[in-house]
Design a protein around this ligand. Structure first.
Ligand code: NAD
Length: 379
């Protein structure tokens, strides 16, 4: 497979993937709408991500919600890596139609074209997300089994009680790594769209002789991630707050954790899925397998930038957020031969070096919170 189409290939993961594939000798086409939220008002001048791929790939400005754009982009392509999406978990809770149209609608359109038209596609790789799991996997000593807690209750969180609960369990639940066969029960509209994207691709592709691979990336970070988008990427959001000398508002009690995976590892895992036949038909978690709490992230960034800003553990919370999740990456290890090369401390050092070379971006965080507050989703 030599000709690869990356949708969303001007985005954070897509642009890094595109450059790596080009360096490996692949012909790469990118279909991307250059969304204002990610790339700014004038992407040609203001988007370093777009600029990084410009002239290196065959670029088509267009939308995955347009049949015409898909048909143009699919010409001569052997593998589609479908990354284009609306990606803000909180935002998805009130921009519901937009999220469903782009994420589910875009994937449906691709599959409709592949089913009903002539094409050269042999493989589709799609980005799901760890968001499809909702709360991660836990072990209950009371039940002597794994349990999958539901979304936390507003009434508990209002009292400052943020830990997950499971009916009938008195002893605290023990967080364990989330395997791919864990219960899928997203707590956000974004998570639902990612679940359906994966299901559509795995259901339709094999029925028309196309290989399907999907990835459940954990929290991806690293050079290139948007520093102006206040809706996703806490390392970026915190960095832009710090660089503007603004206080960091730590939601909940700061002990909530995520599995932060460095961009180069995500690109490597994705390329293994493109190249390896053994990947076909599988879904892979991509993370480091190590949870890191949000307060540690904030304090590490402050220390590395050497800029003192107040850190306020506010007890605020957003409906739809999960408490913990980290990945079991056994499948990616054993089937793909994937091994994450970047620890969090190495990756964050590299990220900070990169941020220090960028212009300080306008801090849009307060406006995004005001939006959520107005919708009743931020407490
Ligand atoms: N970054 C993460 O932590 C993470 C984690 C899990 C899953 N994912 C998934 O990986 C994929 C890539 O994520 P990312 O972090 O690179 O996101 P990103 O927001 O940086 O990039 C998405 C790209 O898609 C483009 N896009 C948006 N709507 C489009 C449309 N209608 N048509 C064409 N292009 C459109 C945007 O312009 C942008 O360039 C997404 O599907 C996302 O859901 C990301």
């Amino acid at each position: 497979m030599k000709h690869i189409l990356i949708t969303g290939g001007a985005g954070f993961i897509g642009s890094n993937l595109a450059l790596k594939l080009v360096s490996k000798g692949y012909e790469v086409t990118v279909l991307d709408s250059l969304s204002k939220q990610i790339h700014g008002d004038h992407p040609e001048e203001t988007s370093p991500l777009y600029q990084s791929i410009c002239g290196k790939v065959h670029f088509i400005k267009g939308s995955v919600t347009s049949r015409e754009d898909w048909i143009k982009a699919l010409r001569g392509v052997e593998c589609v890596v479908h990354l284009a999406a609306e990606t803000g978990t909180g935002q998805s809770m009130y921009e519901i139609q937009k999220y469903v149209n782009t994420n589910i609608g875009g994937t449906a359109l691709l599959l409709d074209i592949l089913t009903n038209s002539e094409h050269s596609v042999k493989k589709v790789v799609v980005a799901e997300s760890r968001a499809i799991y909702g709360e991660g996997r836990y072990y209950s000593e009371d039940m002597e089994s794994y349990v999958y807690p539901n979304e936390r209750l507003d009434a508990d969180m209002m009292k400052g009680d943020f830990e997950v609960k499971y009916p009938g369990c008195i002893r605290p639940l023990k967080l364990v790594a989330t395997t791919e066969d864990s219960l899928v029960h997203p707590t956000s509209v974004y998570g639902i769209t990612k679940q359906v994207q994966g299901q559509l691709v795995h259901l339709v592709c094999p029925s028309i002789g196309i290989a399907a691979v999907s990835y459940r990336y954990q929290n991806v970070y690293g050079p290139g991630q948007s520093l102006s988008n206040p809706y996703t990427g806490i390392l970026s959001i915190f960095s832009t707050r710090i660089k503007n000398g603004n206080e960091i508002n730590i939601f909940e009690d700061g002990k909530e954790t995520r599995d932060f995976v460095y961009i180069d590892d995500v690109v490597d895992a994705t390329i293994l899925g493109i190249e390896k036949q053994e990947a076909n038909g599988h879904v892979f978690n991509v993370g480091t397998g190590v949870p890191t709490d949000v307060l540690t992230v904030a304090n590490t960034l402050i220390e590395k930038y050497g800029i003192q800003v107040p850190v306020r553990v506010s007890g605020n919370y957003r409906l739809g957020d999960i408490r913990h999740n980290f990945a079991d990456i056994t499948a990616a290890r054993s089937i793909l031969g994937f091994e994450p090369k970047w620890s969090f401390s190495e990756g964050i050092a590299e990220f900070v070096k990169w941020v220090n070379r960028q212009e300080v971006q306008k801090d849009n965080f307060e406006a995004s919170i005001a939006e959520m507050k107005q919708k009743g989703l931020y407490k």
